[in-house]
Design a protein around this ligand. Structure first.
Ligand SMILES: Cc1cc2nc3c(=O)[nH]c(=O)nc-3n(C[C@H](O)[C@H](O)[C@H](O)COP(=O)(O)OP(=O)(O)OC[C@H]3O[C@@H](n4cnc5c(N)ncnc54)[C@H](O)[C@@H]3O)c2cc1C
Length: 505
């Protein structure tokens, strides 16, 4: 079992790390001769940081990044909504992190090296073919071409993916008419540096976000046809026009011009070739979802691929495709809605502003919108079981344990974990029952077990928070998603679920 990863952007790197730490050899190639110096993405949401924590890279991301504690939406020169991330529950990271993409990639390259991986730069995939046994990739350097055989190929080669093109997979969608310009650098403004600010005006949007080192990103939409030759000048004029407070670019700025699209690949899997990240879906940067979603694509793929090997469990990759297409559709829809929301005029603008103010007043936006944007509430399709507040197909919330660690620390080993929640209060015999269950249950190979009882949850807060009132089992996938849950008393269901897990269904 091994894989070729085409593209050493954030998604290819995450896939590489997650495979290497499961002892799956990988070859990673990228057509450029050195890492891209440009920053596209800056915002990392809690779910991506949790993914980085599983392979030991979160601390460096936090050290190098800037914590963003809130988002503010302004219209008509006044703030209509403040989304505070401190309301986000069930994670050790109740904030977003602002870190330029090239720095995130640098941290990921460091992690890749620690797991024994290396990137082959200046190697470009030019063509591929496959049969039931494997994939043949044509790889070119500046002076050679060669054919490389691999059991699996991951196309993490960005929005203009050659892998996708070679498969003949359509990439349907649309291009937004506006252009977007950004400037990263010093900025003289009273706007809070540790928050994001969206100024929505009929002429377009202005976004101001803090960057590490006291810098800011200033991002503006520009109407079609506007001359953007002097990007800085255009950005400064738009910022002055759209913000009620000074936003003055100071000194050297790194500027960029973007045409934004929303598109999704018609399939994410074709036999032994898988598409992840921007190769599979691209969307507007509204809500900062692209890189974050790609990281999840990669971490949800790698553990399945490592299990799939050559056996029947390869069918599990179809499940991955179904799940990730569902998530991508939601992200494309959400970001499209937000992009359109930026640009409204007339009565639609008035209605939007009223809705934002009502959302703030009722607490709806803090309760619902913030976790959605933070990607914490994504639920995978085809699942319905619930136990207390836990839902199959959703992410297992994190919670502190009595030991000083957290529940998610149990997931950092890379294996699936069968959690036994003993429901401490009112069930004095529960720990004993859990031990008996573990002694007799046929826990599949490669699944670790962990008991969360009175010793781990001394004040019972975790059980209360999760709504668990009777001894229960929760099987958590290596990407932190709840695969199934059932009370310990429901032995037939539990046995069936464990059996289907061991056959990879
Ligand atoms: C202005 C802007 C702001 C953004 N802000 C955010 C944000 O705040 N948060 C967020 O989550 N997302 C954001 N995004 C989106 C984010 O940048 C992308 O989703 C992310 O880069 C996708 O990563 P990737 O690894 O899939 O692809 P890429 O980063 O595009 O990497 C693909 C790699 O594949 C290589 N490659 C391509 N073709 C070949 C080939 N034939 N052979 C070998 N190698 C190849 C390329 O050289 C490249 O290194 C933003 C995007 C833009 C444009």
């Amino acid at each position: 079992m091994s894989a070729l990863i085409v593209g050493a952007g954030p998604v290819g790197l995450t896939a590489g790390i997650e495979l290497l730490r499961r002892d799956v050899p990988v070859r990673i190639v990228d057509r450029v001769d050195h890492p891209h110096p440009h920053s596209k993405s800056i915002v990392l949401w809690p779910r991506a940081i949790e993914a980085f924590a599983r392979f030991g890279a979160a601390d460096e991301i936090l050290d190098r990044g800037l914590r963003l504690n809130a988002q503010n939406y302004y219209s008509g020169g006044r703030r209509k909504l403040r989304l505070g991330f401190d309301q986000v529950r069930g994670t050790s990271y109740p904030y977003a992190v602002s870190l330029p993409q090239q720095d995130t990639e640098d941290v990921l390259r460091g992690a890749l090296r620690r797991f024994g991986g290396k990137i082959e730069f200046s190697v470009r995939l030019t063509a591929l073919s496959q049969d039931a046994d494997g994939v043949r990739a044509e790889l070119a350097t500046s002076d050679t071409t060669s054919t490389f055989g691999t059991p699996w190929l991951i196309g993490a080669d960005g929005s203009r993916s050659t892998v996708r093109e070679q498969l003949g997979v359509p990439f349907d969608g649309a291009t937004y008419p506006q252009q977007f310009l950004l400037a990263d650098g010093e900025c003289d403004t009273p706007l809070a540096h540790d928050e994001a600010h969206y100024f929505m005006t009929p002429k377009g949007v202005l976004v101001v976000v803090g960057l590490p080192g006291g810098l800011y990103r200033v991002f503006v939409s520009v109407a079609p046809g506007v001359d953007t030759t002097d990007a800085r000048e255009v950005i400064q004029a738009a910022a002055t026009e759209r913000s009620p407070v000074p936003v003055r670019l100071v000194g050297e700025q790194r500027t960029g011009l973007f045409q934004v699209q929303r598109r999704m690949a018609g399939r994410f899997r074709e036999g032994r070739v898988l598409l992840a990240g921007d190769a599979a879906h691209i969307h507007s940067p509204a809500g900062a979802q692209g890189l974050n979603t790609g990281i999840e694509d990669a971490s949800a793929l790698a553990w399945r691929l490592a299990r799939a090997g050559e056996g029947p469990a390869a069918a599990a990759l179809d499940v991955w495709e179904r799940e990730r297409m569902h998530i991508a559709e939601r992200v494309v829809t959400d970001t499209d809605r937000q992009t359109r929301m930026w640009m409204l005029s007339g009565w639609r603008r008035t209605a939007r502003d009223l809705a934002l103010a009502a959302g703030q007043r009722t607490g709806f936006t803090d309760r619902v919108v913030a976790p959605r944007q933070a990607q914490l509430d994504l639920t995978l399709p085809g699942r319905a079981e619930r136990l207390g507040k836990l839902v199959a197909g959703a992410r297992l919330p994190d919670h502190p344990l009595g030991s000083g660690g957290t529940l998610h620390d149990e997931l950092s080993f890379g294996d699936p974990v069968l959690l036994i929640l003993t429901a401490a209060s009112g069930h004095p015999s529960a720990p004993e029952r859990a031990r008996r269950f573990l002694a007799t249950a046929r826990v599949p190979e490669g699944v670790r077990t962990a008991v969360i009882g009175p010793a781990e949850d001394p004040d019972g807060r975790l059980h209360k928070e999760f709504g668990i009132r009777e001894p229960s089992t929760v099987l958590v996938r290596p990407d932190g998603v709840i695969d199934f849950l059932a009370p310990l008393s429901d032995e037939p269901r539990l046995t069936a679920a464990l059996r289907s897990w061991s056959t990879g269904a």
